[in-house]
Design a protein around this ligand. Sequence first.
Ligand code: PHE
Ligand code: ZN
Length: 878
Amino acid sequence: MSAPQPIHLHDYQPPAYRVTHTELKFDLSPSATHVSARLHLERHPERQQEAPPLVLNGEHLTLLRIAIDGQELEAGEYAVDDETLTVHAVPQRFLLDTEVEIDPAANTALEGLYLSNGMFCTQCEAEGFRRITYYPDRPDVMATFSTTVIGDKASVPVLLSNGNPVERGELPGDRHFVTWEDPHPKPCYLFALVAGDLRKVEDRFTTMSGRDVTLQIWVEQENLDKTDHAMASLKRAMTWDEETYGREYDLDLFMIVAVNDFNMGAMENKGLNIFNSAAVLTHPLTATDAAFQRVEGIVAHEYFHNWSGNRVTCRDWFQLSLKEGFTVFRDQSFTADTNSAPVKRIEDVSFFRTAQFAEDAGPTAHPVRPDQYIEISNFYTLTIYEKGAEVVRMLRNLLGWETFRKGTDLYFARFDGQAVTIEDFVDCMREVSGLDLSRFMHWYSQAGTPEIDANGHYDYAKGEYHLTLRQRTPATPGQHEKLPLHIPIRLGLVGTKSGEDLALTLDGQALGKDAVIHLCEEEQHFVFTGLSEAPVPSLLRGFSAPVKLRFPYAREDLAFLLQHDSDGFNRWDAGQRLAILALDDLIAAHRNGVEKVMDVRVVEAFRTLLTTASDDKAVLAEMLTLPSEAYIAEQQPVVDVDAIHAARTFVKQSLAVALRDEFMAVYHDHRAEAPYAPEPDQIAERSLKNVALSYLMSIEDEEAVALTQQQFEAGHNMTDVRTALTLLVHSSRDDLADPALKVFGEKWAHDPLVMDQWFSIQVTRPQPDVLERLKFLMQHPAFSLKNPNKVRALIGTFASQNRVNFHRADGEGYKLLADVVIELNELNPEIAARIITPLTRWQRFDEERQALMKSELERIRAEELSPNVYEVVEKALA
Ligand code: PHE
Ligand code: ZN
């Protein structure tokens, strides 16, 4: 087999033929579904002269029939290979009829048409439609669709597709059909079909112009009681998009379907969103607060795609961030408006700085707009999604909301119904603002995380603060030279006497107390004048740019900012920086075999947090949370997982010992009695209470053990139960862990989403027996390698979150992951290529571990690989 070849952005060519209308007929049967397609095709106006052949994509299809304008083709008139169907000579405008047979039951890749729990469903983004029928499978071919679905009345009573149902009826042999019409031209990646024994929950929404929309959520019968939150979230999202972006829904029907086997979170198919059941189903007894919030965010995300993605779509897959970065920014803003804005920012940034920074520093680093790929499904990454969202956020901050909104209005108006590029989007922003965004464009083309070294001093005599900023982006694979970027730095100067933000004057211009300065050169010098007291700078407020910013803060300065910074995000960040400094010392002590001593400044900072009344409990809970092991690791030149784990545990236990009574008081003060609701105030109370409990359990305080057991047994809601179970399972006492696991596992054996949690809790425990437990759990009847949620819950969670055990010195953790990757490479290449990530980060570890990790990667490379796994492994070993 020859090595898969990359596709390049600069090779883009418009399609030779476009499809104006697509008629599909599905005759469903688990192992032999027949798909008939009639494509209304016409040659591209610019390619009339050359009369190119018609080349359609198609994979895993058996062609049964082909005709042009009603004429069956002869053998020599067309050619079929594993990836394409070519018709050598075609007219300028014609009808192409094909019929193919496909095998949904054998489809374990979950791309194209497949079966999940006996229900037919599709996943077409990015290139799944070519597994359904022969088609120009590219996003710049947009057509209206008319789809007829035929199936057994008994096994598939519900037949869904995009748009509106226009006809239904009975057929011989106990079969029936429904015909759907979608009037909005769309690329085939937005096509969807669902057929199964489903039940619906229905609601209505009246749009801003007074149109009535029917909302439906389709689920299996046993999940009918888990749709309320998704429905409420959908309605909130619809209202928010009208109020915030002026975007109205454009069909009479909007459907969501929950499926158990799904590679990603959810998919924005026009009018028929398909969701991983984990991203839509909630119930207070089965889903945590975090899960409720995730559902709200994903429902909104997919809904927002109706404009940012569907009405205006991507010209090619290099532009993926055009829809994803923008839509993530939109869903983040929605969540910030609906819940606690600072907490949303803290959560997003702490995730971003851990996972996206690691991606940017690793072998698969790529720009927000990549310029080449082998397998597009490998590019649904944190860089495309989250860094893409940060780039859009910077545009919003540079332009200000109102001008930015003018830019989005222009974008939607100008490009409605078209497939466009990132330049088209940024051009709208440039037009409405008059800003020169040429240097800003490098954010899209340059990979790697910019590093900013900041230095400052206060000139007492002149009352001036001098700030120097220097930027540098480290080289990334294939990109050695980096250009300076246009970086917005939001900042304040906090007076050390007053604890207040000082008025900022720069170059004689008054900027208020909180301002954005622009770093555009490699190095820039800023002088703030007219200051009456020495300040501590609060830099990069709200994480105003996706960069690493270093500043030589004294620990006293950080403790000061933690108390006084007016920016909630930076207050939290000051605490994180302070904790990191203390952790650095302890990591060094651990490595040198020196006794560990706790920094009293951290203890005192925590004491102040715990004893000062706070009006924002959600932020407080975040501030009391220590940086994760993964984030600490990001700060180390060479990652020593054991030292990090030991240091973090030491800090946690020291705080728990020193502040035992304070934590206990916080626990007791925040035990809300009200019936469960996924509302910000309640969520804040629960997280604060549960953070306190986790400190107390870190020292296995007797009273805390009793409280944890009570909380577990009381079973008020999954947030409290899951926290309690996790604390018991992660404690040193198997006499606490095992009985609780048994009770929980038996109680929820029937609920796959709860069993996912049961798996994850066990494989995150720090005890060294965890790998043996994991192997045992892989044999559990509820586990299956064919179900991506199970793979993520058990294997993914272990490899990415149980750092001490995944990185066991004997390499057994690596070996297990490699074995799973090799098996999944055949079953589900997309998941295989994702789950491998922790192994690709070998450069970050000591030499022994590097060797072990590389040898597992090499073992994988020796297999016959899917393009997905091939691309990742090649990059990791390059
Ligand atoms: N487009 C989906 C989203 O962002 C993600 C997705 C990609 C789902 C590919 C399935 C396959 O919401
Ligand atoms: Zn998306």
